[in-house]
Design a protein around this ligand. Structure first.
Ligand SMILES: [Mg+2]
Length: 213
């Protein structure tokens, strides 16, 4: 049984790690509280392209762009903490015969660093990173590549768990998966034609909820 899972703000607290990084690193490099607040806002929950954010922040702080780009990629990863509840439910799923595969948009170096930092690399059956395969969520092909990573011919009939309505939920639904949306306190956007199969408060309850299905 296949369960595809998003990485940022699904398996790992990407928003929290970015905030912790910004609070540590920016004041240590000459920035003020206003720069920290600006950076957290400009990050746009990770959706602002890294090169553009690095260029703007480099100008604010008077630092080399390359330095900022490096920090935004790996410094943020160093502020990620493993979540024991996430590890426990993944182990339960594998013991019950499920194949969890990470399907994530982003750079291979950064996303693999997150998997290793949190030990998730040892707990999942595989992963697909958009940069590595040349296709991004919500493109349905990336979900089939996730299935392939688990040795399955197609993702159809499996499950997808994620927090992004368009990329994770609508994309997976188009590829024939059932879905669990992590709402993170948001309303489901009425602009989307599809709805998630289920909604959950967090990853452990999302995965535990489908283990018996
Ligand atoms: Mg996400």
């Amino acid at each position: 049984m296949l369960v595809l899972v998003d990485l940022d703000n699904t398996l790992v607290d990407r928003t929290g790690s970015f905030r912790r990084w910004a609070l540590d690193w920016i004041p240590a490099h000459g920035g003020a509280a206003v720069d920290v607040a600006w950076t957290i806002e400009a990050d746009n929950d990770g959706y602002e392209p890294r090169p553009r954010l690095a260029a703007q922040l480099a100008e604010r702080l008077g630092l080399p762009v390359q330095h900022l780009l490096e920090e935004l990629q790996l410094g943020v990863v160093a502020h990620l903490d493993p979540d024991p509840a996430v590890a426990a439910v993944l182990q339960e799923a594998v013991a019950a015969g499920w194949s969890p595969v990470v399907v994530t948009n982003g750079s291979v170096r950064q996303q693999e660093a997150k998997l290793r930092r949190t030990g998730l690399d040892k707990l999942v059956a595989g992963w697909v990173v958009s940069e590595g395969v040349g296709v991004r969520k919500p493109d349905r092909r990336i979900f089939d590549l996730g299935a392939e990573a688990a040795g399955l011919p197609s993702a159809a009939g499996g499950w997808m768990i994620g927090d992004n309505p368009a990329d994770d939920i609508a994309g997976a639904a188009a590829a024939g998966l059932r879905t669990v949306w992590l709402h993170r306190g948001r309303q489901w956007p009425s602009s989307l034609a599809v709805e998630p199969t289920r909604t959950a408060d967090d990853f452990p309850s999302a995965l535990r909820g489908i283990l018996g299905s």
